[in-house]
Design a protein around this ligand. Sequence first.
Ligand code: SF4
Ligand code: SF4
Length: 447
Amino acid sequence: MDTQLDWSVYDSYGAGDAYAAVPATGGAYGKAAAVCIGNRQCQRTDKGVMCPSFRATEDVAHSTQHRAATLKAALNGDFGSKPFVGPELEAAMDLCVGCKGCKRECPNGVDMALLRIEALAQRWAALGGAPLRERLLAHLPRFAHRLAGLNGVLRLRERVPLLARLTERWLGISAKRSLPRSATRSFLSSAPGEVVGAAEGREIVLLVDTFSNHFDTETAEAALEILLAGGYRIHIARPAAGERPLCCGRTFLSHGLIPEARAEGRRMVDTLWPYVERGVPVVGLEPSCLLMLRDEYYALGLGEKVDKIAKAAVLLEEFLAREHDAERLDLAFKSMPGAQAMVHGHCHQKAFGALKAMRKVLGLVPELRVEFIESSCCGMAGAFGLEAEHYDISMRMAELALLPKVREADPETLLIANGTSCRHQIRDGAQRESAHFARVLRAALAI
Ligand code: SF4
Ligand code: SF4
C-alpha cells in the first residue's frame, strides 16, 4: 500500500516484539495503528478530554481503541481487498473529530487524528476523488476572499428556512447551522506594510491564518496592536507578489486532500524559512493552523526545514509567556476590578499544553479573575459540526460541559475561545459571543 503521508517515524515500532500485533499490510502506517495496546483508557469519561465521540455516545464503537482495532483489521485483510471504501472503516472513523486528545492522553500516544486523515485520503483515492462538500470545505482558503459578496445570501438563508433546507440537500451543510460572515475587507488587504513596529525591536513574524484574515479580522488587529505595544519589529507573513494568500493547509488536510495540503505547506515553508533560518519566531493565532506547523508538517514530508520551523512556531500566548519568563515582556496592563473571564481551550491547544501559557499571560492582568472550563472538544471541530449528519452529535459533545458552563456565565463574563470553530459553536449553541484571547488582552492594555 502506498501511503500519502510520511509514517516513517513509526518504522521501528514493534521491532523484536512478538506481541506488537503489527498488521500484515500498510507498513509503517500499520505500525502506527498497532501502537494501540487496547487497554481502553479512551473509554473512560472521568478525567481528561479523550475521546469526545465516546464521551458523547458512550458507545465503544466510537472510541479510539475501536478505531485502531478496525484499522488493524482492515490492514490485515479482514474487510476484503478494498477496506478503505468499505462500511466498517467508514463507520469507525465517522465521529473522530481529529481533536488529538488521544495523541496527548492515550498512554501510548495513538495519533488517531492523523491515522484518520490517511484513511480518508485512501478512501478518496479508491473512489476517484472526494465528494463535492468535502472539496468545498477543504478549498475555503482559496475562495474566502470572495465570500464577503455572499453575506447577503447567508443572511437570507437564515431568514428563509427553505433556503437553509436546500443548502442541506445540495451541499450537506446542516440547515440548523448559521454560516460565518466574511469581513468586508481582509486584514491583510488593509494591514500596514510588510514590516511594522520599532526599528530596534526584537523581530518576529506574525502569521495571519485564513480565519483571522477573512472572518475574525479583529483578532489579527488585536494581536498586531499587542505586539506593537510590546515594542517588537513585526514582519507580517505574506506570499510572493501575485500569489494567493498563505495557508497552512489545515482545511485540505482535515478533509483528506493531502497533495493540496502539502502544496500549501511548501509555500508556507518557503515563505517562513528566510526568517526562521536566522532565528526569528513565528507567532500565530488560530491553534489548529499554527500548531500544524509543529505537528502535521512532519508527516507531510516537507523536508529538513520543517524541524526548525516547528521549533520557531508559537501561539501568541506561548510567545508572550516566554517573553515574560525571559523578562523581556514590556507590556503594561490596567487593573480590571470585578472582571471575570471564562476560557474554553481549543483541542489542539490542550493537546500541545498551550493553555498554561494563556493562564500565565491572563494572570498578568491585575484583578481579572479567570476560569478555565473543564471541557473536551466543543463539537464543531473545524467543519465537522456543520455537516448535516453530524449536527446532533456535535451538539451533544458541546452539551457535555461547554454550553452549560457558558449559559451559567453572567452576561458580563468575557468568554475566551481561540478556535474559530469553537466560537461558532458557542454562538450557535448558547447565543453568546466569545473572542480570541488577543482581543481580551488588547482591551486590558494600559495605553
Ligand atoms: S487508543 Fe490508547 S487508551 Fe485507547 S485502548 Fe488504545 S492504547 Fe489504550
Ligand atoms: S482524535 Fe479525538 S475524536 Fe479522534 S479518536 Fe482521538 S480523542 Fe477520539
